[in-house]
Design a protein around this ligand. Structure first.
Ligand code: ADP
Ligand code: MG
Length: 446
């Protein structure tokens, strides 16, 4: 089978791609319904996983005439296949899935999302501590636990860490981790198959129910209705509910008031963009797990240039490691230039240079920017300043608030969001922003 797959892919892919990614892989195991492919190393595995899993699965299905599950593993025997990651699990083909079954299926967890792999820093300390507390004694302290923070900041990791932790202590407990999408889909198919009762039995008997990306419940009236009852049943029975969202409950549009109040009943723990040291620690730890030693300058360079999303930070690291392992070049910042070209706009700027540039451009004083005047030309300049500081420095929201004379971090957050939205609609504003950036960059160079 594998030889046939290779023949097929050789025709489909470019030669370098085929030789680097596919030809180096071998078959570890083949049964009636599973093909386990062994990649030469974890980096190749990661790349295969992200880019070729579907291609391979398609080829296998065409040859066999029916789909089987494809699993990837690396030479060190570590199974890196990112199950539980929606992008990955979509391609885990399982013939049994296509058979009608009236019970919702639990999502597989990523075994790597554990507390021990989670790096704690000032911006996620609280969320981490609360998650650990919930994992240790669910239903006790923070119920529900509502994790909120931007994309790629570790919400899913923490949720699955809770689930993995519980299952490790009590392998038979009912720990359900689902995306909101999954919950909705289960609900829809329960309605369609007239199996609401088993849907309810399933979700309402969880010991711990973790629902990810709950912001997607926006606008889904029927899901909100059903989830409300699920929530109440669990909560009354003292069962733990954990939710994650990219924003606080109050800011999820068209979320029913009764859900807003339920979601806010326990603890809302937010996760902010990690500071430079935490980003370096994350890279260090990740590199250790991949059995790589990276020069400090490389760690610093990547950490300094990928500031706002840990997934991107990790992506840059994996690209660097892959590139070095394939090219055979020494691991230096210069050699990595082709794979790590951070967007120029992200070049770090100093808060002073931003304040100066905004003050000059809008003909207002620095005191005005730091003050409380609500005059329109001053408040818009202030908001633009906050936005630029958010985009082009490493400062956290509260620290940016301090730069502007002690404003609350929620004020900063709203300003950033508002300018971010305006920027998309208003060409004039984007032009002003890029002129401001030129000025700031000049200032930082001199
Ligand atoms: P979110 O769900 O908030 O979008 P994820 O939990 O998917 O983010 O995290 C994105 C990636 O970053 C994952 O690979 C995760 O393991 C990693 N990550 C996030 N935060 C941390 C952390 N504090 N320490 C180590 N890895 C982290
Ligand atoms: Mg997530």
């Amino acid at each position: 089978l594998w030889n046939q797959v290779l023949e097929r892919l050789q025709l489909q892919l470019t030669r370098p791609a085929f030789e680097t990614w596919i030809k180096t892989a071998t078959v570890q195991e083949l049964t009636d319904n599973v093909l386990v492919i062994r990649a030469a190393n974890p980096f190749i595995l990661n790349h295969l996983q992200k880019n070729y899993l579907k291609t391979i699965a398609d080829a296998v299905r065409e040859i066999l005439g029916y789909p089987i599950e494809i699993q990837l593993t690396a030479a060190q025997g570590e199974n890196l296949a990112i199950v539980g990651d929606p992008d990955a699990s979509r391609f885990m083909l399982d013939p049994a899935d296509s058979l009608a079954s009236d019970r919702p299926k639990p999502t597989k967890l990523n075994p790597k999302y554990t507390f021990s792999r989670y790096v704690v820093g000032p911006t996620n300390r609280m969320a981490h501590a609360a998650s650990l507390a919930v994992a240790e004694s669910p239903g006790r302290e923070f119920n529900p636990l509502f994790l909120c923070g931007g994309v790629g900041l570790g919400k899913t990791h923490l949720m699955q860490a809770i689930a993995n932790y519980r299952l490790e202590i009590h392998p038979n407990s009912k720990i359900f981790y689902v995306s909101t999408e999954q919950f909705t889909n289960d609900l829809i198919s329960a309605i369609r198959q007239d199996s609401m009762q088993s849907f309810r039995e399933h979700y309402r008997t969880a010991d711990v129910l973790l629902v990810d990306d709950i912001q997607f419940i926006e606008g889904k009236e029927y899901t909100q209705e059903e989830f409300f009852h699920t929530f109440n049943t669990l909560h009354e029975a003292g069962k733990q509910v954990v939710l994650a969202s990219d924003r606080p409950p109050k800011r999820i549009p068209s979320l029913q008031d009764r859900l807003i109040s339920r979601f806010s009943m326990g603890l809302i723990a937010d996760i902010q963009v990690p500071d430079l040291e935490t980003r370096m620690a994350i890279l260090q730890k990740k590199a250790e797990y991949e059995h790589m030693r990276l020069p400090r300058e490389v760690i610093e360079y990547i950490a300094a240039n990928y500031t706002s999303n840990i997934r991107e930070l990790e992506g840059a690291l994996i690209r660097a490691i892959t590139y070095i392992s394939i090219s055979g070049l020494p691991m230096t910042v210069e050699n990595l230039a082709p794979v790590l070209n951070p967007p120029m706009e992200r070049a770090a700027a100093s808060p002073e240079s931003i304040l100066n540039a905004v003050a000059e451009t809008f003909k207002v004083s620095i005191e005005d920017l730091k003050g409380n005047s609500r005059r329109r030309e001053i408040s818009i300049a202030r908001q633009i300043g906050m936005y630029l500081m958010r985009q082009h420095t490493d400062l956290s929201l509260p620290r940016i608030g301090e730069e502007f004379g002690g404003k609350d971090h929620t004020t900063v957050m709203y300003s950033c969001e508002k300018i971010g939205q305006l920027r998309q609609q208003d060409p004039q504003l984007s032009q002003t922003l890029s002129q401001l950036l030129d000025r700031i960059n000049l200032d930082n160079k001199s």
